[in-house]
Design a protein around this ligand. Structure first.
Ligand code: NAD
Ligand code: IPM
Ligand code: MN
Length: 363
């Protein structure tokens, strides 16, 4: 039996609801593959602020460091939106990513045939889309110094953030992206704003330099405004995309909508070594929290990514992914992916359907 220590960070809003489903799924898959999961739950985000006054208590970070992998749901909510920056839930999430040095965020946007009609785009535009967004996660404008709200000489306030990347920060994410593209269709598109931003010029120069080590991967460059447009115009032109922290945040939400709902999109946040954090792309969805309306599939697929990338258990990961396809084939739909003729279910019932599918896989 393989034993794994998994830190669970349910967080806020729909977080605990979707986490409960993912844990049930892991508990069901464990015995089938001779895996044993030792779960330890820790507070983060608003829940941690309420309990300890801090969005990322030191004990939570320590628990994460000691584990084999971290499964995170989502943080944030109206209640904490007006706290000073250092006390906000989002700051806790950023501190977790920085604390574990998780510089690479893999965000796959794969259109499942069952959900083509749930997309807001036309069938022939989205059918067959399979994109991997490689987002830099611990640098760029999210972390650059100086930052803050300062007073000018005339006494007016001035808000400042700094978009900065060092060569080594660009090189390491570029290498992850080229390696990722190599395992896919060998096409990498780097997205920047080199026509205006110096930080982007350096980004483009370094990505181009690193490309010399990957002659088998076809590299292209797009400006981020054009990339946003191309993503909705003709998403099938993309295979792997690599971009900075902020551009990656925005483009991955856009890519999410190709798939029908952001409630379907998992991600993996990984570093050079140590445990990774596996988290849905979506947030805490406070507008639907506590009402059993959330789609748990992004969370469940994040658990599958944890098995594949973090624990090197690809068979167990595939089994979870197959169960997700099976419940969709069977017609189960949460509200965000509902379409005509399907069976509307809540978060819990979707979890129940998954457990049944794992128990009795389709032929
Ligand atoms: P959001 O992703 O939480 O929600 C956007 C919309 O998508 C909402 O209408 C929501 O109901 C819907 N949605 C999201 N996940 C869903 C799911 N699983 N099933 C069904 N519908 C779903 O983004 P937001 O509203 O801009 O942000 C809400 C809070 O979440 C904010 O505090 C924000 O900072 C935080 N946030 C956290 C993370 C994270 O923890 N990684 C990511 C994004 C936003
Ligand atoms: C995400 C979120 C976070 C980000 C926020 C909540 C800090 O939007 O994971 O995509 O911007 O990275
Ligand atoms: Mn985001």
């Amino acid at each position: 039996t393989q034993n794994y220590r998994i830190t669970l960070l349910p967080g806020d809003g729909i977080g605990p609801e979707i986490m409960a489903v993912a844990v049930e799924v892991l508990n069901a898959i464990g015995p089938q593959h001779d895996l044993q999961f030792q779960f330890e739950e820790a507070p983060i985000g608003g829940a941690a602020i309420d309990a300890t006054g801090e969005p990322l208590p030191a004990a939570t970070l320590e628990t994460c460091r000691r584990s084999d992998a971290v499964l995170l749901a989502a943080i944030g909510g109206y209640k904490w939106d007006n706290l000073p920056r250092h006390q906000r839930p989002e700051t806790g999430l950023l501190a977790l990513r920085a604390g574990l040095d998780l510089f690479a965020n893999l965000r796959p946007a794969t259109i499942l045939p069952q959900l083509v009609d749930a997309s807001s785009l036309k069938r022939d535009v989205v059918e067959g889309v399979d994109i991997m967004v490689v987002r830099e996660l611990t640098g760029g404008v999210y972390f650059g110094q100086p930052k803050g709200i300062f007073e000018t000489e005339t006494g007016e306030k001035r808000g400042v953030n700094t978009m900065a990347y060092t060569e080594s920060e660009i090189d390491r994410i570029a290498r992850v992206a080229f390696e990722t593209a190599r395992k896919r269709q060998r096409k990498l598109c780097s997205v920047d704003k080199a026509n205006v931003l110096d930080v982007s010029q350096l980004w483009r120069d370094r990505v181009t330099a690193i490309a010399a080590d990957y002659p088998d991967v076809e590299l292209s460059h797009l400006y981020v405004d054009n990339a946003a447009m191309q993503l909705v115009r003709q998403p099938k032109q993309f295979d792997t995309i690599v971009t900075g922290n902020l551009f990656g945040d925005i483009l991955s939400d856009a890519a999410a909508m190709l798939t029908g709902s952001i409630g379907m999109l998992p991600s993996a946040s990984i570093g050079a070594s140590g445990p990774g954090v596996y988290e849905p792309v979506h947030g805490s969805a406070p507008d639907i929290a506590g009402r059993d309306l959330a789609n748990p599939l992004a969370q469940v697929l994040s658990a599958a990514m944890m098995l594949r990338y973090g624990l090197n258990q690809p068979e167990a990961a595939s089994k979870i992914e197959k169960a997700v396809l099976q419940v969709l084939d069977e017609g189960y739909r949460t509200g965000d992916i509902m379409s005509e003729g399907m069976t509307a279910v809540g978060c819990k019932a979707m979890g129940g359907a998954l457990l049944k599918a794992l128990d009795r896989p389709a032929e």
